[in-house]
Design a protein around this ligand. Structure first.
Ligand SMILES: *Cc1c(COP(=O)(O)O)cnc(C)c1O
Length: 458
């Protein structure tokens, strides 16, 4: 069967509000051309992020009611811990309110100040947390990751040659090595088991901790099952377990493959490190059996972590993303290929060659999608990753100018995507008219969230 079969039926509906093109231009002007400043009610299809925007299952809603809100040692904590432990094998599980809290605690305890953190590609909050603590975030994806048209199956791999070089020349300057699975900022591309094994071995030989940024571990495991020789007959759970078994610890945002609306965890094997992490957790997040979450949140995550490895779900999830990606290509938009797990990334730099990186072509494209159809995506380019380099003081531009259309889990149907593809065709027809933007006001960290912009005329 060719139809994408959504393996669920809908029990609760949430109406969407239609707006006109004229209204949307006004709304965008009032939002200073920053889609983070547009109210969600003024969006028709919201692909800003797949983070915390998924629909929970009937089982998860039922689990919420079972939430035990005891301050210490709640039943919900034990359920959560048991599921995370079974899936990851880590000795210490530290709940956090989201992924970035896990990052801040980890990097504080590892002491990244004056040191490097090496990653295939740091996600924006990961980079910001490393830099805010005085560390240097170094990205070493494989070279093909920087070529959007390249069809390699594992463009989320880390560059092993470069990793080995860094580990042998300057091990004392490296706080830890991470691999982000799937590589969010690098197009939602997976890392292979082979690459994870090799990176783990190199790190352990050099005595450097190896971590997973595991937000999308299930999507990554599904790609391994589909693409890596010898893995086709394995369960997603067993692949995921092997991925975790290669690492000394992990950071996780339950807003992604936790299928929950909030939450996360930090995991580690090392007793001494975990004790330090728990102390910091108590100081800023909460007691170690809730970590800033309600007992009901822990329940929802525990159930989400069993649903997310189900094959019907992952088959639908990855097919839906591919459908969007192939449709965009047919509409004349170059994308990062092959389509990723949670999102499709339009290569705005190639699509809008008349807008240079410093004029934010991907942000211009994001605004065009909103104006034409009320669709909200997010710029992953120079607005997000540019700005002053804290080390050199120089203005940076991003390696790629991408518009990310991230797909909330279990929320939109195939007809929503068909509508979006009509919007894309409209935008493609007007591409010569699109103009860049300039930044009027920005913050020091994570400027894309709050920046005020203005369109360039001419
Ligand atoms: C979302 C995300 C984070 C941060 O998690 P939050 O829950 O948003 O704080 C870290 N790394 C990656 C790869 C992510 O996608």
């Amino acid at each position: 069967m060719k139809t994408i079969f959504e393996p669920f039926r809908i029990k609760t509906v949430e109406p969407l509000r239609m707006t006109t093109r004229e209204e949307r231009i006004n709304l965008l002007e009032r939002a200073d051309w920053n889609l983070f400043r547009v109210a969600a009610d003024d969006i028709l299809i919201d692909l800003l992020t797949d983070s915390g925007t998924g629909a929970m299952s009937a089982e998860q809603w039922a689990a919420l009611n079972r939430g035990d809100e005891s301050y210490a040692g709640s039943r919900s904590w034990f359920r959560f811990e048991q599921r995370v432990h079974e899936l990851t094998g880590f000795k210490h599980i530290i709940p956090t309110h989201q992924g970035r809290a896990a990052e801040r605690i980890l990097f504080s305890c590892l002491g990244v100040a004056g040191k490097m953190v090496i990653n295939n590609t740091h996600f924006d909050t990961t980079r910001a947390n490393v830099e805010a603590l005085g560390g240097r975030a170094v990205d070493i994806p494989v070279p093909e990751a920087r070529i959007p048209s390249d069809e390699s199956p594992f463009k989320g791999n880390i560059d092993l040659g470069e990793l080995e070089r860094l580990l042998t020349t300057a091990p004392e300057q490296i706080a830890c090595v991470m691999i982000t699975v799937t590589n969010n900022s690098g197009g939602g591309q997976p890392a292979s088991l082979e690459n994870l094994r090799a990176a783990s071995e190199l790190c352990h030989r050099a005595g450097i901790p190896f971590y997973l940024d595991a937000c999308r571990f299930a999507e990554n495991a599904w790609f391994i099952k589909m693409r890596e020789p010898g893995c086709g007959d394995r369960t997603v759970e067993s692949i995921a377990r092997e991925m975790f078994s290669l690492a000394d610890g992990a950071t996780f945002s339950a807003k992604k493959d936790g299928l929950a609306n909030i939450g996360g965890f930090l995991a580690a094997h090392n007793d001494q490190l975990a004790r330090q992490e728990e102390e910091l957790l108590i100081l800023t997040e909460g007691f170690p059996t809730y970590g800033g979450l309600a007992g009901r949140d822990l329940e929802a995550i525990a159930v989400g972590l069993t649903e997310v490895v189900q094959e019907d779900y992952l088959r639908y999830r990855i097919a839906a993303t591919r459908y969007l990606g192939e449709g965009l290509m047919k509409a004349g938009m170059p994308i990062v290929r092959p389509p990723g797990g949670h999102a499709v990334y339009v290569d705005a730099g190639t699509f809008l060659p008349h807008i240079p990186p410093r004029e934010l072509p991907a942000q211009a494209l994001a605004c065009a999608f909103y104006v034409e159809g009320g669709v909200r995506g997010v710029e992953i380019g120079t607005l997000m990753f540019g700005g002053k380099d804290p080390a050199t003081g120089k203005e940076r531009v991003a390696p790629l100018e991408l518009l990310r259309l991230a797909i909330p889990r279990r929320v939109y149907t195939q007809s929503h995507v068909d509508y979006l593809l009509e919007v894309a065709a409209e935008v493609a027809a007007r591409r010569q008219e699109l103009r860049g933007l300039r930044i009027v006001e920005e913050s020091v960290h994570l400027r894309h969230f709050t920046a005020r912009l203005a369109p360039l005329v001419g």
